[in-house]
Design a protein around this ligand. Structure first.
Ligand SMILES: NC(=O)c1ccc[n+]([C@@H]2O[C@H](COP(=O)([O-])OP(=O)(O)OC[C@H]3O[C@@H](n4cnc5c(N)ncnc54)[C@H](O)[C@@H]3O)[C@@H](O)[C@H]2O)c1
Length: 439
């Protein structure tokens, strides 16, 4: 099958490379010429484990190519996927759909023969109807079907998620489109992946419902962590005790500094606005957004308190800047709301992140960066773990301790065990667990 991706970002590039790996002919289109140049030189513009090798294999096999020219790619396609960004709109928090509608107009201009137009971007309910109307208006005789095919991959595990998803959701009432989408995802049947066919509107809703629910789960355990701190409980044990209940499940019950990333904040905000607009307020989601925002602010205070009430003139070593491990993505990362406030409070911040340093230079001009964790902690008054990269789980703690001016570790991801840190001579402050002083 001939597949075209409009938008070659985290979702478009991974989906395109995986569809090519399934044996399809795929063209990934992006209007960012720099991105396409890099890809043509065999380099991935994003950090995503195993992606560069997957791209190389499929380019070599003649199944995957990259272009800034949407026209020929659309004309040759059986299915065109819209995988452009849908960021939060300034002001009202609704999804900015301008990129989606621009893509729809470009597709309309080039349609040639029956084509499925599948929206992979996360879009508010009713967007498919609007895309349909835009294309229909420009091509009254055009043969096409607009389908919702929301994407659930996680950055950092994107290829695994795309190839072994928990489910695929396809929203369409068009029989031809349904057959084509079923054929495209046929390689997944081997793993018995459930493919859920729904109406277009229902598919659009599933994506927001899933993300808002996950954001709620995280926010719930974060509030439990706060209560644990007040009453002397241990949130990790609370989470385990809850999570072993199969009705609840253990995933997304890790307390931390508040959720960030390219999806949860903007999708929660969009869903809240959708609810308002349709007279069905999403009160739980609205609360989750408020609690999460105050959570990030509370993390600043937690760090200041750990530093004896002031960070002025102190050197803070920050480990991790990306919103989660195994990605360079810093969109809405907790580091972006926490570090500028600490810097404004007079802290000198040096950070290390295995993948996000380049992005951090752009987004956090007030901090410096180091080339490795040990250079980062050298001479610091405290270490703060902000992202739980694997390499921070196995630090040489004696080396860290001797490089620090004071052995203080603020662990916002609960990577270490409090007793162990105390035994190693650290003052250790974590989330939802009692603080520890050196033994
Ligand atoms: N990142 C994730 O983990 C993830 C997971 C599931 C769903 N989503 C959703 O997928 C969508 C895309 O997210 P992303 O993270 O891949 O975004 P991204 O910003 O990484 O990529 C979007 C790309 O689209 C390109 N683009 C925009 N308009 C274009 C046009 N008219 N023609 C060609 N290219 C165009 C941009 O240049 C950019 O490279 C969003 O709606 C997001 O909510 C993202």
């Amino acid at each position: 099958m001939h597949v075209t991706m409009i938008g070659t970002g985290y979702v478009g590039l991974v989906s395109g490379a995986c569809f090519a790996d399934f044996g399809n002919q795929v063209i990934c289109v992006d209007k960012d010429a720099g991105k396409i140049d890099q890809l043509r030189q065999g380099k991935s513009p994003i950090f995503e484990p195993l992606l560069e090798a997957l791209i190389a294999r499929n380019v070599e096999g003649g199944r995957l190519s990259f272009s800034t020219e949407a026209g020929p790619a659309i004309r040759s396609a059986d299915a065109v996927f819209i995988a452009v960004g849908t960021p939060s709109r300034r002001g009202d928090g609704f999804a900015d759909l301008s990129f989606v509608y621009d893509a729809a107009r470009e597709i309309a201009a080039e349609l040639d023969g029956f084509t499925v137009i599948a929206t992979k971007s996360t879009v508010p309910v009713g967007t498919g109807d609007e895309v349909d109307a835009i294309v229909r208006q420009l091509r009254p005789e055009g043969e096409f079907a607009v389908v919702s095919n929301p994407e659930f991959l996680r950055e950092g595990a994107a290829i695994e998620d795309f190839k072994h998803p928990d489910r695929v959701v396809v929203g369409t009432e068009d029989e031809r489109a349904r057959r084509l989408m079923a054929e495209l995802y046929r390689p997944l049947y081997i793993n018995e992946t459930p493919v859920l066919f729904t109406s277009r509107r229902t598919a659009e809703l599933i994506k927001y419902a899933a993300n808002a629910f996950l954001a709620t789960k995280i926010t719930f355990i974060n509030e439990m962590a706060e209560l644990c701190e007040k009453v002397g409980g241990n949130v990790q044990e609370v989470a385990r005790g809850m999570g072993l209940d199969r009705r609840i499940g253990s995933k997304f019950l890790h307390a931390g500094p508040g959720f960030g990333g390219s999806c949860f904040p903007k999708d929660a905000s969009a869903l809240a606005t959708i609810g308002q607009r349709h007279g069905a307020p999403m009160r739980i989601v609205e609360t989750v957004i408020g609690v999460n925002n105050s959570r990030k602010a509370a993390m600043v205070q937690k760090i200041i308190t750990a530093c004896d009430g002031s960070v002025r003139g102190k050197r803070l070593a920050v480990l991790g800047l990306a919103f989660k491990p195994n990605t360079d993505d810093m969109r809405e990362a907790p580091s972006l709301s926490i570090l500028p406030v600490l810097a404004a409070e007079g802290a000198q911040i040096c950070a290390y992140d295995p993948a996000a340093t380049a992005e951090a230079h752009r987004l956090l001009p007030e901090i410096t960066t180091a080339a490795d964790p040990y250079a980062c902690v050298d001479g610091a008054d405290a270490v703060i773990i902000l992202t739980e990269w694997d390499q921070f789980r196995a630090l040489d703690l004696d080396r860290v301790k001797s490089a620090l001016r004071k052995p203080l570790l603020v662990d916002l991801r609960n990577v270490y065990r409090p007793e162990e840190m105390a035994a190693r001579g650290f003052t250790y402050v974590s989330i939802g667990r009692p603080d520890c002083k050196p033994a």
